[in-house]
Design a protein around this ligand. Structure first.
Ligand code: BV8
Length: 239
């Protein structure tokens, strides 16, 4: 895998860098992706975008908790990989750096990244369905019900058919619109509005570089596509 001289030059002199990550950046940590390799994640016969939907939350909250409790238990022993650490280093390297992730696994934080814009929430938090009180589950079990108002708790993630956290997409798109170098790492580019961010960066004149073992619907708008695994490819940028 060669990094072009142009990309090396742009990396060396970039002032405002924007990175969007998806499930692929956690693949080398052993976290299954949702798609890729021709398969789509299924839970008890339900495609993930059905069990992870607002409609399912309405219909069967315990089933939604079972799905997220299973994933959270799985993530207990999972560590960040070279891709997470490389991206964490970049926040010191560039005058302006923005990291936006679709992942709810918290591995960017675990690798030392700060100010991560978690577009789709975080699996280690629960929140009250009514008063929105938040509960940190990385420090132990969640209460049966909200300690403030007694209503039910739900995973603090964005489900399909739900709006993103207030302001998160607006801040992300604002940074995308003024970056000079945009990396798209480990995402199939199928879920919106997240997949619209590289389009915003491109339209604003940024150089867009994709890192993925496979071509994606975003590849056509990218100035460079590095076909490989994030952990291996991103390490090539380390001077
Ligand atoms: C919304 C949290 C407003 C929960 C998630 C426009 C067009 C079409 C549809 C829509 C549209 N606008 C809105 C929609 C509907 C929907 C949507 O996009 N549907 C898709 C399926 C077509 N969007 C929404 O519902 C969003 N909300 O729009 O609100 C609204 C409200 C009401 C009514 C209408 C509109 C909310 C979306 C967020 C849902 N929550 N996650 C959970 O985790 O369970 S999405 C979840 O799936 C992830 O967060 C992520 O976003 C997505 C999975 O995508 P990826 O991360 O890219 O992962 P994937 O497995 O697909 O791909 C992995 C890639 O990595 C592959 O390309 C593979 O090749 C690569 N890879 C593998 N190994 C490696 C690697 N890359 C690098 N290195 C490796 N080693």
């Amino acid at each position: 895998m060669q990094i072009s001289e142009e990309l090396r030059q742009r990396f060396a002199r970039a002032q405002r860098v924007f990175v969007l990550t998806g499930a692929g950046v956690s693949a080398e940590s052993g976290v299954p992706t949702f798609r890729g390799g021709g398969h789509t994640a299924v839970w008890k016969g339900l495609p993930f975008d059905v069990i992870s939907s607002a409609e399912m939350l309405e219909r069967n909250l315990p089933a939604v908790w079972e799905w997220f409790d299973y994933r959270r238990d799985f993530l207990e022993s999972i560590l960040p990989n070279a891709a997470h650490y490389e991206i964490a280093h970049w926040q010191e390297r560039f005058p302006e750096f923005t990291l936006v992730t679709q992942n709810v696994d918290g591995l960017h934080h675990k690798a030392g990244s700060r100010d991560v814009i978690e577009l789709h929430g975080n699996i280690w938090r629960a929140r009250c369905i009514d008063c929105r009180s938040s509960y940190d589950m990385s420090k132990g079990k969640r209460p049966e019900a909200c300690l403030e108002c007694g209503d039910a708790l739900r995973p603090d993630v964005v489900l399909f058919g739900e709006m993103l956290p207030a302001g998160a997409f607006e801040i992300a798109s604002e940074h995308a619109s003024r970056c000079d170098l945009c990396f798209v790492v480990g995402t199939s580019g199928l879920v919106y509005p997240a997949a619209g961010l590289p389009e915003i960066a491109k339209a604003a004149g940024a150089y867009v570089c994709e890192v993925n073992p496979e071509q994606t619907p975003l590849s056509s708008l990218c100035d460079a596509t590095l076909l490989g695994k994030a952990g291996e490819v991103l390490s090539l940028f380390r001077s």
